[in-house]
Design a protein around this ligand. Structure first.
Ligand SMILES: [Mg+2]
Length: 384
């Protein structure tokens, strides 16, 4: 079996979130990567949280020409070639996203070719995974946030994540003092805790939007609300600052969803800078590299979980590997996936059951994909 064609489809997807005082419309960018074999199998990978057009160009204009003719089952060979092609001096960034999407497409092909779901090929440690629901976004006011939290709990979710920081450092020229942002965050977290009671786990995620001083101040102020982890508290995932913060707060720290190379995770682990490492299969080099990172986490006895959303891809990793754990059921990202893919599993009472269908177990819907690729902001690229 050989790779016959590779093409990327950059998409800008519309999503609507219902809030107590009306709906909020936003959009998310993703880039699909499809690989077709000379036997007629088509695997589809995906990346996100990046510029989708750049990934489309990396795949269509550069990587595709190096992949045609290779054996799609040899994922180590192909990962290594892509590394030397796209990131030969240890660069990370866009290239890691592109490699991740290609790697996931190869694993989808491998599953189809062998008649097995990816999670079983990755090790089959369990056939269901616990999820946490990411529900709490900046566009909710305090009351809407509390109401949304209650609504998710009523749907059977006992683990909830909300954003904090809200791009504070990126917006500091407005001016928007960071202490004002985190003072409001404290009240938002209080409102959610009061709404859901003591038995629901609450996670917070600053998306690298704070400096050390304000991350520490926020952590100390919300410790009484029993926070299960504080994700990406400081800008750059700056390791010395994470290390200092971890020493000063009782809240577990988590990071890693947008890190590209395994060496960054090694450094986080050696520094004992986090309690939870969170490589994302759609960003951190696909299942191939995430498996290596999970192995390092196991050797350091450090938790390994999913951050950065895209639960339907990441569930395979966390079901497959022995130290797999929580998968992020990010409500906006899930809406995006539901626009694109058919046969996505839905969690029941906070648990996702893995599909038995070969490969990833879900496929893009060709008609809807063609429609979405024609949207403004989406440029569905041709087949390379
Ligand atoms: Mg995150």
């Amino acid at each position: 079996m050989k790779i016959a064609r590779v093409w990327a489809t950059p998409l800008n997807l519309p999503v609507t979130v219902q809030a107590a005082r009306g709906s909020k419309t936003t959009s998310l960018s993703v880039c699909l990567v499809s690989i077709e074999t000379d036997t007629g199998l088509v695997g589809t990978g995906m990346t996100a949280i990046t510029e989708e057009e750049v990934i489309g160009s990396i795949v269509n204009d550069i990587a595709a020409h190096h992949l045609v003719g290779l054996d799609p089952l040899r994922h180590e060979q192909i990962w290594e070639r892509l590394y030397w092609l796209l990131t030969p001096r240890g660069q990370s960034g866009y290239a890691s996203h592109a490699i991740a999407a290609i790697d996931l497409a190869l694993w989808d092909i491998k599953g189809q070719a062998l008649g097995e779901p990816c999670w079983r090929l990755l090790g089959g440690a369990r056939d269901e995974v616990p999820v946490y629901a990411t529900f709490g976004f900046a566009f909710f006011d305090r009351d809407e946030l509390a109401a949304a939290a209650k609504a998710w709990v009523s749907r059977g979710f006992t683990r909830l994540k909300m954003t904090v920081g809200h791009h504070a450092l990126a917006r500091r020229d407005e001016p928007r003092p960071l202490d004002v942002v985190i003072a409001e965050d404290v009240q938002r977290i209080r409102a959610v805790r009061e709404a859901v009671g003591p038995d629901v786990q609450i996670y917070i995620d600053a998306n690298c939007s704070l400096d050390y001083f304000h991350a520490l101040k926020l952590a100390k102020q919300v410790e009484p609300f029993d926070i299960s982890f504080f994700e990406e508290p400081v800008t750059h995932n700056d390791i010395p600052n994470l290390q200092k913060l971890r020493a000063k707060t009782s809240i577990p720290l988590a990071a890693g969803q947008n890190e590209g190379l395994a060496t960054r995770f090694r450094d986080l682990l050696v520094a004992q800078a986090v309690d939870v490492v969170q490589p994302n299969a759609c960003i951190s080099g696909g299942f191939t590299q995430c498996g290596r990172i999970a192995g390092m986490a196991a050797a350091f006895n450090t938790r390994f979980a999913n951050g950065g959303a895209w639960p339907h891809h990441n569930m395979h990793l966390h079901a497959g590997l022995a130290n797999g754990s929580l998968v992020e059921y990010h409500s906006v990202a899930v809406q995006c996936c539901e626009l694109v893919f058919d046969d996505l599993p839905k969690p029941e009472r906070g648990v996702l059951r893995l599909p038995e269908a070969p490969g990833l177990g879900f496929r893009p819907n060709p008609e809807r994909l063609a429609e979405l690729a024609r949207r403004p902001g989406s440029r569905g690229a041709g087949k390379a």
